[in-house]
Design a protein around this ligand. Sequence first.
Ligand SMILES: [Fe+2]
Length: 497
Amino acid sequence: MKKNFFRVLSVILCFAVLSTSFAFMSFAEETVVSTVPFRVHVAMNGDASSQRGFSWYTKSSTDSVVEIYGEDGQLVNATVTYEDVFEWEGNFCHKAVVSGLEAGKTYTYKVGDGETFSETGTFVTDNGDDSFDFIAVADVQAGNEERFEQGSKVLDAAFATMPTAEFYANLGDFTDDSTNEEWDWYDKHFGENNMSTTLVPIAGNHDGLGVAHWFNNMFSLDTSESVQVKDGVNYSFDYGNAHIAVLNTNDLLAISNAQLKWLKNDMNGTDKDWKIVLMHKSPYSLGKDAKWPDALYLQKSLAKTLDKCDVDIVFSGHDHMYLRTKALENNKVSEDGTVYVLAGTAGGKRYEIRSFLADHFLDTDFIAAMTVQKHGYANYWNGTDWSETKDTNVGGVFNCVSIKGGTLSVTAYVLADEPDADGNPVITVIDTYTLTKEVGQNEITFTGDNTTSELEYILSVVPSFLRLAAYAFGEWLPKFLIMVPDLLDVVINEGTF
Ligand SMILES: [Fe+2]
């Protein structure tokens, strides 16, 4: 009897000890989880050969620590400037800028609070020579986890196709509604690639829907020259023999006077051989968003500005199709002009052609290549029309850009939505082109201070709006009204505008 009593007592004691241990362990685990960094990004920030911007989130307020390690695995004595940690939509945002890095090196890093750290990530610094590769994707714009996973496979395929890429540009619309849930799905599926390279983020109009400042609070970017508006920022950097400017097209109907001035000075302030612009909204498109005033206004104002500063190529997104123009200058085909690439969507939401736009908004003579996907097949431009179809062209699009001295070559690929019978990814080339130029010809023609002050920006808002209003009523509206019968036809037959 006594023996049984002790047996029962020992079982109860064991159970109590185990329960306490489990309770303590789960409490400890919860404490650890709450300080683990997530949404970790290394962004291009200033001098690409020596500097990077770091950003991450935590569930609770913690210190910010970035540790950088050299190729020998030793901690590097880099300069780290931290911003104050702040609460954002229920989480805590950390930002830092690391400078004093060496050119052409591979670094590893981790971020955290000094005790709890992220996984180890890696990035390379620009070695300054005239040869480098990068990747550009656009418009994942996912609203559910499946779509984020689909988009991340496209980026995986891009890095598998071009493992030499030193950074990748995301041309905007990272998410659909810009909620915590969507950014967490994005992080879950894009996090591995984000931690393996440097990101060049471009603000999309869906990256601040509902709540402004999401984009600006997701990345650590060089905002020293251009005013940061609620849904994005303009910034620029040199990489190799190229100068790359990123435009925020969520500012005052795609672009404001202040931006145009900043961009012109920025591009005239460099003698790099290649001048590249990355932005979200596209001046030249045949997709459904091209009917709004933004696209035509970009043709009228941005294209005119680019003509004055010899920009070679523009990569953009927004209209979920692939379209490359011939070189254009002053809205005419010209050998010395700028090539505009609507980079296709890496996501699953794809737009078809709105052919009536071609009569008013885009001269078909401008089209050099185009792939538009719909219902299991893809239309492509055969040089005279887009009625030809290929079912192999259906999937998520990625662009691989390679610069070697005076040659800039790009190949656009589609990763098929379904793998082959053996489970391998099916990748098809949809466009390939090369631009060439004589190097060493660009001259610096602007040497002043190109900083846009807050006051200057505010003062430019009124003339920007007046210019936009004059354009919208004088040029866009008459074209739009002509299209109304065609638009109604689309609404009646397809139930969409
Ligand atoms: Fe968009």
